[in-house]
Design a protein around this ligand. Structure first.
Ligand code: ADP
Length: 244
């Protein structure tokens, strides 16, 4: 009976996910349909071009949503042992250009290089999301601080590693903080998908880890800290399946 209950909860979750994804994808697709109709009945070439440009903008959004959902499902490799430094350095290298453009200084402090087991691709995506969000939150002259050390989870008492991603950005209001792990919740309008943290939370739970957040708005000391706790070993068998 318990298995059946879990199964029906899973199906309900899949249904909700499918409904919200189709909703998100349907709006831009309807816009594309309308814009193509307008373009096909328009004589003025410059207006035709406007309609087509808008249509391609809407399609880019569809592919952004699909891309972000799929990337997560593709990365189920085998777990391997690595240090936080090995995990983080390639992600930071990826953001070098954006850090420079945003005039954000990045500081890394790794204590002790503890090894832990994880699905590298999935965990890289988590850090990718956290670091990308941190940079988005800083409007120039900020500092991105990445730290890691061996740690013990205060609640479960498990041994593991703790990775923190701290920014000196705008911070989040209590109302925003309340909703950040919901799928499609974004404050970035057309530039956000609202999937990053939801997907990240799923990956971290799959690893029996914890993702916690603290944030402060206003004043000179605003900013956000995401603290990621990961146990030394993971018993997850297939990181590709989000809802298992
Ligand atoms: P997206 O980045 O596409 O909006 P996410 O799920 O990654 O989707 O983030 C959801 C929302 O959480 C963001 O739109 C933003 O409002 C908030 N957020 C996440 N990280 C930060 C951060 N470091 N600083 C401020 N706000 C953040």
């Amino acid at each position: 009976a318990e298995a059946a209950l879990i199964q029906s909860e899973k199906l309900a979750a899949v249904g909700r996910l499918a409904a919200s994804i189709s909703h998100e994808i349907n709006n831009p697709l309807e816009a594309v349909t309308n814009l193509l109709f307008l373009a096909s009945s328009e004589q003025n070439p410059s207006l035709v071009k406007d309609y087509l440009d808008q249509a391609s903008h809407e399609l880019a959004r569809v592919s952004q949503i699909a891309g972000q959902t799929l990337r997560f499902h593709r990365q189920s490799t085998r777990p391997r042992a690595m240090t936080p430094r090995e995990l983080l350095d390639p992600v930071l290298a990826l953001y070098e250009g954006r850090l420079r453009n945003a005039n954000v200084r990045s500081v890394s402090e790794h204590r002790g290089d503890p090894k832990f087991v994880c699905y590298e691709g999935d965990m890289r995506q988590v850090l990718n999301n956290l670091i990308g969000n941190a940079i988005d939150a800083m409007r120039g002259d900020g500092t991105l601080r990445v730290r890691s050390r061996a740690a013990r989870d205060p609640r479960s008492d498990a041994n593991g590693v703790r990775i923190t991603i701290a920014d000196t950005g705008l911070g989040m209001s209590a109302a925003t903080l309340h909703r950040i792990f919901e799928p499609f919740f974004t404050t970035k309008g057309i530039n956000g998908t609202g999937l990053g943290l939801w997907i990240s939370q799923g990956i971290v739970q799959k690893h029996q880890g914890k993702l916690r957040v603290r944030s402060r708005t206003g004043g000179a000391h605003s900013g956000t800290v995401f603290a990621l706790f990961l146990p030394l070993e993971t018993t997850a068998t297939d990181s590709g399946e989000l809802l298992s």
